[in-house]
Design a protein around this ligand. Structure first.
Ligand code: AP5
Ligand code: MG
Ligand code: ZN
Length: 216
């Protein structure tokens, strides 16, 4: 299955990506995670991306597209993949179609995680991420048993720099202006499946797996 996950910041793309990718046994490719790994590794790409990420803006398309092109050319993506956070505007969607065409592949489906504005703001303000394994927690909705320690790997939890309230507001504006039009783009090409991404995490995973199974 070649799957794209879309939805606003805080919709639960990263949370669900982990479970969906494991269920269908496909690699999870998250552009946000790749950028953050480059930031913490101090690479040139990380230095460039950080400026945009801290402001809540999109990293320029030519940088992001080249990174995704390289990643999709790797062997493990031949049999399928889950993209989390890419494409994020209509131009990137066109680029993705071009990359897949060149590889002789096509997208299977786009899953839209629908969540209301007020809920995503709550989710982002309480989010904590594990430095070691990348698992995503929430102080209120999915709390670790000890604050700041990952129950899965004992790694240290941190709050993302772009989860400050002012940056969250800007990311939501960027989503509305640049990413929401993607939903119409994929709906009009009949590639979109939407689910309500509210309620317990495992209920959302069940809904997602049920919606995606016909495309596997
Ligand atoms: P990215 O990392 O992709 O951030 P985002 O799209 O803003 O999405 P988030 O990761 O914030 O939210 P999520 O939907 O993954 O939610 P999560 O599962 O964590 O991108 C960051 C930046 O990188 C961008 O701003 C941009 O600068 C750059 N970038 C990335 N891709 C790019 C691209 N293609 N082009 C250009 N620039 C790009 O969940 C959130 C919280 O909610 C968690 O705490 C979780 O525990 C909790 N939660 C999850 N599910 C539930 C539930 N059902 N009930 C209650 N709480 C829940
Ligand atoms: Mg994420
Ligand atoms: Zn961990």
């Amino acid at each position: 299955m070649r799957l794209v996950l879309v939805g606003p910041p805080g919709a639960g793309k990263g949370t669900q990506a982990e479970f969906i990718a494991a269920h269908f046994d496909i690699p999870k490719i998250s552009t946000g995670d790749i950028f953050r790994a480059n930031v913490s590794g101090g690479t040139d790409l990380g230095r460039l991306a950080k400026k945009y990420m801290d402001a809540g803006d999109l990293v320029p398309d030519e940088v992001t597209n080249a990174m995704v092109r390289d990643r999709l050319a790797q062997d493990d993506a031949r049999e399928g993949f889950l993209l989390d956070g890419f494409p994020r505007n209509v131009a990137q969607a066109g680029e993705l179609n071009g990359i897949l065409d060149e590889l002789g592949l096509a997208l299977s489906v786009v899953l839209d995680l629908e969540v209301e504005h007020a809920e995503v703001v709550k989710r982002l303000s309480g989010r904590r991420t594990c430095k070691k394994c990348g698992h995503v927690w929430h102080l209120q909705f999915d709390p670790p048993s000890t604050a700041d320690v990952c129950d899965r790997c004992a790694g240290e939890l941190y709050q993302r720099d772009d989860d400050k309230p002012a940056t969250v507001r800007h990311r939501l504006d960027v989503y509305a202006a640049q990413t929401a039009p993607l939903i119409d783009f994929y709906r009009s090409s009949d590639q979109l499946v939407a689910i309500e991404a509210i309620g317990p995490v495992e209920d959302v995973t069940e809904r997602a797996v049920a919606a995606l199974t016909p495309y596997a």
